[in-house]
Design a protein around this ligand. Structure first.
Ligand SMILES: Nc1ncnc2c1ncn2[C@@H]1O[C@H](COP(=O)(O)OP(=O)(O)OP(=O)(O)O)[C@@H](O)[C@H]1O
Ligand SMILES: [Mg+2]
Length: 241
């Protein structure tokens, strides 16, 4: 469970990139965070994960405040950032072992989990190569494997389908469903409305830093019929997806 309590963030004076965001991601749900470019999705995710300091408000993960108990809060989520160009000088296996060390996963468990995840994403045979030699999609996949290694309760993913081939994208979506079905939370951002439609229990729409809709897709469809400006934003998002 992730509770965002009136969180705000400004990069520059008098312009809130995220403005008083209040949102709860429940156990057992897949929540899609939608919005056009520059809306505040990544900023929100960076606040949840403790990468950015929150100006006002707080965020609780499994009841632990990311500002007051950052280490405890960080134990209960896995995070996949929007850009996978990290740890390029490490071999895939070195990166995954590094993550397993941080989470203190024992040797037998880590070996099994690394094999399971990397075979699923078809990068098992690339683990002895440096991440620098990986394609964009392969880098994305190794980060996903790292984020899921510890089997965290909450998954937080920023544009996770970008760069994945159809099979990997399908596999990840199936894994998200399975994870939610087991009573865990999945929070991900996307511009791709089609993905959200098929996958999400609920969606939130952020525009210009403000949350302008939260609800199920059925509720969204009804709202679109009666709210012209939301419909226009929606059409704009479809164009850019
Ligand atoms: N490091 C930064 N310094 C200054 N302004 C920033 C910074 N990062 C983001 N912003 C601004 O904050 C706002 C929200 O950006 P954010 O990256 O959260 O959007 P987003 O919804 O993730 O967009 P996208 O769909 O393009 O990924 C934008 O106006 C952006 O210009
Ligand atoms: Mg972003």
């Amino acid at each position: 469970m992730i509770k965002i309590q009136n969180a705000s963030k400004s990069y520059v004076k008098n312009k809130k990139a995220v403005d008083n965001l209040d949102l709860e991601i429940k156990d057992g749900e897949i929540f899609g965070f939608l919005g056009p470019n520059g809306a505040g999705k990544t900023t929100t995710i960076k606040m949840i994960t403790g990468i950015l300091k929150i100006d006002q408000g707080d965020i609780l993960i499994e009841g632990k405040s990311i500002t007051k108990k950052p280490v405890e809060a960080k134990k209960s989520f896995g995070f996949v950032p929007d850009s996978p160009d990290m740890f390029l000088k490490l071999k895939g296996i070195e990166y995954l072992n590094f993550i397993a060390d941080i989470y203190e996963i024992d040797n037998i468990k880590r070996k099994k989990r690394i094999e399971e995840l990397t075979k699923k994403f078809e990068i098992y045979n690339d683990l002895n190569n440096e991440i620098e030699s990986y394609s964009h999609g392969m880098r994305q996949k190794i980060l996903i494997c790292g984020a899921l290694l510890n089997n965290p309760k909450n998954w937080i993913l920023d544009e996770p389908m970008t760069g994945l081939d159809p099979k990997s994208s399908y596999d990840l979506k199936e894994m998200m469903k399975e994870h939610a079905k087991e009573g865990n939370s999945v929070f991900f951002s996307t511009h791709i409305l089609e993905v959200a439609e098929k996958l999400c229990d609920r969606v939130g729409i952020i525009n210009d830093g403000k949350l302008i809709f939260v609800g199920t897709l059925d509720e969204l469809r009804n709202k679109l019929k009666e709210n012209k400006s939301l419909e226009e934003l929606f059409l704009e998002m479809i164009k850019t997806s």
